[in-house]
Write a new protein. Structure first.
Length: 304
């Protein structure tokens, strides 16, 4: 590239000081020559804001008074990128660490095809650094399902070395061109967290942009599938926002029926099978999620 596009890297923080500092340290080792880092803080109370100021004074800090969720917090960062006139925005989870050449490879793939609007890297588990967490995302419109391609697979080169089109890339690490923001808009804040990136990529594709997975760009994600599976809050947002995704994307009746049938089977299994009786909190969260979706209650989960 004759002139490197300018990238705004947006790292959202909410009481995640240690992870955020480690993420910023990995970004400081990038070999990409034209990027700036923006930390958007969602009202943290753990001392992470002064820690970022002290350790990384060059980082732009945008402070929200409250937790605006993944969507609201990142939209603050995206508006900043637009105001700065930057060419790309990179949404990056604070619980990730990146390879030094990650951004150069990712931007290079996006620049190689003018039709590309969104690109994402190969994402591995941090504690299993050669096991894939995401090689892009796929959507089954008939069943109303989304999933991570390559989940839990050992990387043996099965995804090759060349970028390939996918249905979506996870918001854990998502590079988006400025043109997408201008034509498609920002993240839908009704989601608050989960499924928002899939809906965003669908909007981008329908506006004529491609979404790429770039296997040679590598990052590592400090995610715990067990902790997620045990979290009633995750079950709430994943259940409700799947239905919101189908609504926002205009999915067919079959997808809705299949999604609701899956939820009902899960609830029955958790209620009737002795080995799942301990999932009472998760079951209540799913029921509340379905009720809230039926009533059009979106955004942050209301405390009841």
């Amino acid at each position: 590239m004759s002139a490197w596009p300018r990238v705004g890297v947006i790292v959202l923080n909410w009481n995640g000081g240690d992870d955020t500092l480690a993420c910023l340290a990995s970004l400081a080792r990038l070999d990409y020559p034209a990027f700036e880092v923006v930390v958007v803080d969602n009202g943290s109370t753990d001392g992470s804001v002064p820690a970022v100021r002290q350790r990384f004074p060059e980082v732009v800090l945008l402070l929200n008074e409250e937790n605006l969720g993944y969507t609201g917090g990142n939209n603050v960062g995206l508006l900043h990128v637009l105001d700065r006139g930057l060419d790309y925005a990179l949404l990056l989870n604070n619980d990730t660490e990146v390879a030094p050449n990650f951004l150069r490879v990712l931007v290079g793939a996006a620049e190689a095809d003018p039709a590309v609007g969104v690109a994402g890297p190969m994402i591995y588990y941090y504690d299993r650094p050669e096991v894939i967490w995401s090689a892009g995302g796929a959507i089954d419109w008939r069943r109303g399902r989304t999933w991570m391609v390559g989940l839990d697979e050992q990387d043996t080169g099965q995804f090759g070395t060349q970028p390939r089109e996918v249905d979506f890339v996870t918001g854990c690490a998502l590079l988006v061109k400025r043109e997408v923001l201008e034509r498609v808009g920002l993240l839908d804040e009704r989601f608050f967290a989960y499924y928002e990136e899939a809906e965003w990529c669908v909007r981008a594709r329908r506006a004529g942009f491609k979404t790429l997975h770039v296997p040679q760009a590598h990052i590592w994600h400090k995610i715990s599938p067990v902790a997620q599976a045990d979290s009633p809050l995750v079950h709430y947002y994943m259940t409700r926002n799947r239905l919101l995704f189908l609504k926002a994307a205009g999915a067919g009746v079959g997808a809705w029926l299949h999604a609701l049938a899956e939820d009902l089977r899960t609830l029955l299994a958790w209620g009737l099978r002795p080995r799942w009786r301990h999932k009472q909190a998760q079951r209540r969260a799913m029921v509340q999620a379905i009720v809230d979706a039926g009533r059009g209650r979106w955004g942050q989960q209301a405390v009841r």
